[in-house]
Each structure stands twice: as C-alpha cells, then as structure tokens.
Design a protein around this ligand. Structure first.
Ligand code: NAD
Length: 324
C-alpha cells in the first residue's frame, strides 16, 4: 500500500473502533479542517468491516502509522487495549488509564484522553465557578473514570460512585483515592439512600442506559428532586429518559453534546497543532439532526443512527460498503 506522507496542511486522521459507521466525529473534524484551510481527511476504521475483522489492533495501528496518518481517535472497545501499544501517555490518559486519541510523532506514539477535557470544559461552561460539594456519579466504566477525574478537577469535594457492578465503583474509588487532598470518594451500594440522605448537588449518568439500544434510566425518576442538577453523557440520543424525567421535575438538565464536542475540539488540536472553533464543531454536530437530500437518513438523530449503523455493518459484512 502506498504511504501518504502528510504535509503540514495535508492531514490524515481516523477513528478506530467497532460499529462506528454512524459516528459524527469525522464530520466535525473534516468541517473544522476545511474551515481552517487544511486538507484534512478523517476516515472511519471500523474493525468490524469485512476487510479488517481479521486484523488485530496492533496490526491496524502499524498500518495507519505506515500510511502516514497524523493520529487516530480510539473508541469502544479499544481504549484500554491500546495502552501497551503506545510509547507515551499524557497526564490525563495516565490518570484515567484509558486512551481515546493517539498522535504519531516521528515514530513516537503518544496516547491522550480527551474525554476528560471534554467533560471538564463542558461542565465549566455550564456551571461557571459555582461550587459543587457533593456529586453522585452513576456508572464507573471507561467514560465514568474520565468524568470522575474531571469532577475532581472541577473542585467537587465529595464524590459518590454507584455502579450496578459494585467492583467497578470500588476500583474507581481506589484509583481516585489520593488524587486530590481533601476530596472524599466512596463507592455506594444504595442509590436511593445516597440521594435521600446525602443530598448530592448533582448527578451524572455515565452508564449506557438511555442509549437507543438501552432504553430506560439507571436512576429511577422518582429519586430526582428540583435542587439536583442532572447530566447525562449519553448522546445517542441526546434526549434520554433520564433527562426528560429531570426536566419534568424541574431539575437543571444537561445532555452529552458538550462533552462530545469538546473531546473532539481537543483531539483536533492534538492532531493539527491548531486551536479548533467549538461553535463551528457544535454546528456540525447539531447538523446531524437535519438530514440532507444527498445523505438521506445519514444525519438522523435519536436512535435511527443505530439502525443506520446496523445497516452499514450488515453492508460491511457483505462487502457492499467501501469506506476508509
Ligand atoms: P462502559 O461499558 O465502559 O461502562 C459502563 C458502566 O456502567 C459499567 O461499569 C456498567 O457496569 C455500568 N452500568 C451499566 N448499567 C448500569 C445501571 N443500570 N446502573 C448502574 N451502572 C450501570 O461504557 P463507557 O465507555 O463508560 O460509556 C458509557 C456511556 O457514556 C455510553 O453511553 C457512551 O456513549 C457514553 N459516552 C459519552 C461520551 C460523550 O462525549 N458524551 C464520551 C464517552 C462515552
């Protein structure tokens, strides 16, 4: 295969993951690159595709590096698996023990975690310098770990971690212990008791509950009260059952769009060395709600994305689609 050496204004990047055909990330990067006069191509590298499903993550990483990619975003299920394949980790990637962005720099592979920055930036823009004493984080998986670190960075003094798998909450609590002096982090077993007795200022859903293929809410709506703010980092769809219930009860409710945009903003900066315009990237992200005549359905939000994704995966497995 011919190597495509990137020049400064000619940048090739991509996204490695499974079932990612409907991701909005490529459009955000391509539109931002275009607006900045770059020739930026962002390719979907779906490891479920028929021509790749026999490859290992190590092989695909070697391939993209050989082909002149400036870097790649890494998503489910490779954010942890990629770590031993890298030469260096950023402070945030090291703290979270997960990588969602890899930059290739003259033979050195650097891993970053832009989910953490994505949540921090979006949280600060939403709440400003308002203090938050106690936050309940529901879901202690990969994204939950990034959110937990971000909440500590944002000055939260007490963090309660709940996960249906108690071990996940306990191991994240252990991991966070000592990160910030004076911050108390505890795995909790009873969601209702924490909300009723410990009265958190806010709660964050970092479980997949509420996604189009995981309907429902990890937090029973009856536990919500107007003084508790609610963030749901799910963005597939943006309006989850939890957020609907939160709004109905008068809570300040925030969706996962900001985190998704700001993680992409940071990744763009890492790939190109140039600052990205968050408003422009937001406009591209939001354009997914408006299907265009030449891409019927490609921009549909709210669950249809998953059907399109499934359809494309079926096409991939039949060798009908030719992407990346
Ligand atoms: P993950 O599988 O690594 O972790 C999910 C965690 O939730 C697991 O620990 C699981 O045990 C727990 N869980 C599942 N159901 C639960 C329930 N009913 N109650 C309590 N805990 C439960 O997944 P992840 O990578 O952390 O992603 C979680 C969600 O975050 C996904 O929906 C993903 O799309 C979203 N996400 C959003 C952004 C963004 O930019 N907005 C970024 C990353 C991930």
């Amino acid at each position: 295969m011919t190597a495509v050496r990137s020049t400064r204004r000619d940048i090739l990047v991509g996204l490695i993951g499974r079932g990612i055909a409907a991701s909005r990330t490529p459009s955000m990067h391509i539109a931002e690159g275009k607006a900045q006069g770059l020739h930026l191509d962002y390719r979907i590298i779906d490891m479920d595709a028929a021509d790749r499903c026999h490859l290992t993550l190590k092989e695909i990483l070697e391939q993209v590096e050989r082909e002149g990619y400036r870097g790649v975003n890494i998503t489910h299920p490779f954010k942890v698996e990629v770590i031993p394949l890298l030469d260096e980790l950023s402070v945030n990637a090291n703290a979270v023990s997960a990588v969602n962005t890899v930059v290739f720099d003259n033979g050195v592979r650097r891993g970053h975690n832009t989910d953490l920055r994505g949540f921090t930036e979006s949280f600060r823009r939403e709440f400003g310098s308002r203090p938050h004493q106690h936050v309940l984080l529901v879901g202690a998986g990969g994204a939950g770990a990034a959110v937990a670190h971000a909440l500590v960075d944002c000055g939260v003094r007490k963090l309660s971690l709940y996960d249906i798998d108690r071990g996940h909450a306990e191991s994240l609590a252990d991991h966070l212990a000592g990160k910030a002096a004076g911050v108390s982090v505890n795995a909790v077993a009873d969601l209702a008791a924490v909300i009723a007795e410990d009265r958190p200022d806010g709660l964050v859903n970092a479980t997949p509950m509420g996604m189009a293929n995981r309907p429902g809410s990890a937090v029973p709506p009856s536990l919500l009260a107007p003084q508790i703010w609610v963030i749901d980092i799910v963005y597939f769809p943006l309006e989850t059952e939890l957020l609907r219930a939160a709004r109905a009860r008068g809570c300040h409710a925030v969706n996962g769009e900001g985190m998704a945009i700001f993680q992409a903003v940071r990744a763009f900066e890492l790939f190109t060395g140039l600052p990205a315009d968050p408003d422009r990237m937001r406009a591209t992200f939001e354009s997914f709600g408006r299907p265009t005549p030449d891409t019927p359905g490609a921009g549909v939000l709210n669950g249809d994305d998953l059907e399109i994704q499934d359809r494309r995966r079926r096409q991939d497995s039949l060798g009908l689609s030719n992407r990346g």
